[in-house]
Write a protein that binds this ligand. Structure first.
Ligand code: FDA
Length: 368
């Protein structure tokens, strides 16, 4: 009999397993995929670590979490500085002085502020009724038309006029010549890839991959005193309150016989004609010098049951459904629900690690 059966070998499950092991507990970790790591898993192709489930860049402001991940693996100095490609015109992201200089030829922050203010005023929007109006009221028409509209419409598969304003609460605008996408103090990619970190976490823990909890639910439930469940919460409760919706992605990965395709890890395609939203060139996350390169085009897609669930859709309807499942989860004895799928919440990696650590401490105490 194990102390814990952990369903899911993603970050939540792996951190929980590592910490439980340190506290002398026995765990069995299962995952329905044929590998560990969940969505942070890297697949090696042509000697390059490919982010199989989308680009993953670690960033945090929390020193404790940064020290924690660095205790498993060293991180490189990768800094995310995406480029936007709008019909062949290139702009720096996030919106900063480099972007404004390229858009309008202006030089000083004062000129940039004036330009944005002029455009916001000219649009005359006081009460934004949809995403388009909201974005224009925040950053003006030029930035919206060239850098937001096409990308957002592809991302959601709908016109920005039909999307609710609340999706965009703020748009980060920076009046410095700083292309670093994140404001966080710490950032990087694990040297050797995320698998190194996950393998270290799961060292000495029994792990079975290619095993779906629901295929042998009853026998698994008998194997351990408690379950840590990181799969989809609606599936756990047999969809009795309906299905929770997600937005999905399709990835087209290609090996190219050249050493450098786009000179940057992340290029966003912000025009509406290009069918994908981004191209990721994986080697640049690790300053790779291989002869070949691997690129991935990202296509946002409608999610249907059976597809990979990527982004929860936290609108009123789905949030109401989730609340019902949460109430059931709160009454479920001996099961801990954690991670992005079981809490129907988008988490960055540092957040899911923080949440797993808090859960373990609540469950098994702080080791200091
Ligand atoms: P995760 O999904 O990783 O793990 C859950 C595991 O449970 C999966 O391996 C699954 O197979 C398994 N499972 C489910 N049901 C099961 C069943 N019935 N039986 C057995 N196993 C089962 N964050 C960040 O900080 N920087 C970034 O750049 C990005 N980028 C990014 C891109 C994209 C496209 C997405 C969708 C997400 C990101 N993230 C991110 C977020 C990051 O992926 C996320 O924080 C973690 O992967 C969450 O880890 P979990 O363990 O919660 O879930």
């Amino acid at each position: 009999m194990y102390d814990y059966l952990i369903v899911g070998a993603g970050l939540f499950g792996s951190v929980f397993a590592y910490e439980a092991k340190r506290r002398g507990k026995t765990c069995l970790v299962i995952d329905k995929r044929n590998h560990i790591g969940g969505n942070v898993y890297n697949e090696e192709i042509a000697g390059i670590n490919v982010h199989k489930y989308g680009a993953h860049i670690f960033h945090t402001n929390n020193k404790k979490i940064w020290d924690y991940v660095n205790s498993f693996v060293e991180f490189n100095r990768y800094t995310n500085a995406p480029i936007a490609n709008y019909n062949g015109e290139l702009y720096n992201l996030p919106f900063n002085m480099n972007t404004f200089n390229k858009l309008w030829g202006i030089i000083t922050p004062e000129q940039a502020k004036q330009k944005i203010e002029e455009q916001r005023k000219a649009a005359g929007i006081t009460d934004p009724k949809n995403l388009e109006e909201q974005a224009i009221s925040l950053v003006g028409t030029d930035i919206y038309e060239k850098l937001i509209k096409g990308y957002t419409e592809k991302q959601w598969g709908r016109s920005a006029k039909d999307l609710p304003a609340f999706i965009i609460k703020r748009l980060p605008v920076r009046f410095t010549y700083d292309n670093n996408y994140f404001n966080d103090k710490y950032q990087g990619i694990p040297i050797g890839g995320y698998n190194v970190m996950i393998e270290k976490m799961l060292e000495g823990v029994e792990v079975r991959t290619d095993v779906d909890f629901f295929e042998e639910r009853e026998s698994f439930e008998k194997l351990a005193n408690k379950i840590v469940y990181t799969g989809m919460i609606d599936q756990y409760f047999d969809y009795q309150h309906g299905i929770l919706d997600y937005r999905s992605l399709q990835f087209e990965t290609k090996v190219l016989d050249i050493d450098n395709y786009q000179g940057n890890a992340v290029v966003n395609y912000t025009d509406k004609e290009t069918p994908y939203t981004r191209i990721i060139e994986h080697k640049h996350f690790e300053f790779g010098t291989q002869d070949k390169t691997v690129i991935t085009e990202e296509y946002p897609t409608e999610w249907q049951q059976g597809d990979e669930p990527y982004y929860p859709i936290n609108d009123d309807k789905n949030n109401e459904t989730y609340k019902k499942y949460k109430a059931l989860a709160d009454n479920e004895s001996n099961v801990i629900f954690g991670g992005r799928l079981a809490t129907y919440k988008y988490y960055d990696m540092h957040q899911v690690i923080g949440s797993a650590l808090t859960t373990v401490e609540k469950e098994l105490g702080d080791l200091g």
